[in-house]
Design a protein around this ligand. Structure first.
Ligand SMILES: NC(=O)c1ccc[n+]([C@@H]2O[C@H](COP(=O)([O-])OP(=O)(O)OC[C@H]3O[C@@H](n4cnc5c(N)ncnc54)[C@H](OP(=O)(O)O)[C@@H]3O)[C@@H](O)[C@H]2O)c1
Length: 288
């Protein structure tokens, strides 16, 4: 990857590069463990150093931590890799539910420490505000876990600007992970606030999500710009994100090695100002 990269503060997070999302390696449709590990190795060989995961990336609650264990195994000889995990979602019978209670987050953090085989988690993200639990209680628990040395840096996910500000009263926030891609600009206000504060922003579903990623080239504007650069539509989507802000670190998910290799190539794409203008308009076309 050739884009200028820079470390954000004291975190191990290098913004301006491509990370990798681990979810497709552990949910429905996942590859064999052997193929999954091959994909993680392919990412590492491309210079990808941040791997996003969660205790809930699994088929159901009987195998919590599936993705954390897979990434830890694949990256066991690369201790410098950053495996960023999350807690706050549960998977009863495969459903996605939230649990932001302090007792759950404490147990989830202990389980993640064990699954990752580390004494402290480099970046622990509170996965999603739980409407049943005061946000400050959940964030306060994560802050306590940090004070106890179990977490190095604290991140948030699926938060509004107001929630980010509330959390900042309680803990130093290193990163925010919200949905953001060419077709979904709904977190632009959160991104701008992260930029002002020098907080890393990890756009999730950067290719519009697992079910849509392969087909994004059916957008005429995107496919035309991709063809003009000799790039894939997915590379253009990631290059657009990288140009949005200096605090961005997109985390495309991939189960196939060829796909994550293709994503890593996004840092070589040089979009023109005219390309950016056109790409900025795609979300408006969709909602018009
Ligand atoms: N914080 C949250 O609430 C939250 C929610 C969702 C996701 N996430 C995180 O964000 C990561 C990314 O989001 P996502 O997985 O939902 O969606 P995504 O990254 O938009 O799309 C993932 C899909 O893109 C396909 N893909 C990747 N590179 C490709 C390429 N170059 N050409 C064609 N297809 C390509 C992959 O297919 P193959 O599998 O066939 O390789 C994969 O299934 C997740 O893995 C997870 O770590 C977080």
């Amino acid at each position: 990857m050739t884009m200028p990269q820079r470390k954000l503060g004291s975190t191990g997070i290098i913004v301006g590069e491509i990370g990798m999302g681990g979810m497709p390696l552990s949910v429905t449709g996942r590859p064999s463990e052997e193929d999954g590990i091959r994909t993680v190795h392919a990412a590492w060989e491309q210079g990808i150093t941040l791997f996003d995961t969660a205790d809930s990336y699994c088929l159901n609650a009987t195998e919590n931590g599936h993705n954390e264990r897979l990434l830890a195994k694949a990256l066991q000889h690369h201790p410098e890799a950053v495996i960023a995990t999350k807690g706050g979602h549960i998977r009863p019978e495969g459903r996605w539910e939230t649990d932001g209670r302090p007792e759950h987050l404490r147990q989830a953090c202990e389980d993640s420490l064990r699954a990752l085989g580390v004494e402290a988690i480099t970046l622990y993200q509170f996965h999603r505000p739980d409407p049943k639990v005061p946000f400050a209680e959940s964030v306060g628990t994560v802050a306590e876990l940090q004070r106890e040395g179990k977490i190095v840096h604290v991140g948030l996910s699926n938060v509004s600007v107001a929630q980010l500000e509330q959390a900042r009263q309680i803990v130093t926030v290193a990163s925010v992970q919200n949905r953001m891609n060419l077709f979904d600009h709904s977190s632009m206000d959160v991104l701008k606030r992260c930029e002002e504060l020098g907080i890393a922003f990890l756009p999730y579903s950067p290719l519009n999500g697992m079910g849509n990623a392969r087909g994004i080239g059916s957008n005429e504007t995107l496919s035309r710009i991709a063809a003009s650069h000799g790039a894939s539509p997915q590379q253009i989507a990631l290059a657009w994100l990288l140009r949005l802000s200096p605090v961005i670190l997109p985390i495309p998910g991939a189960s196939k090695a060829a796909n994550i290799v293709n994503c890593a190539g996004a840092t070589d794409v040089k979009l023109s100002a005219a390309d950016i203008d056109e790409l900025n308009g795609i979300a408006a076309q969709i909602t018009a």
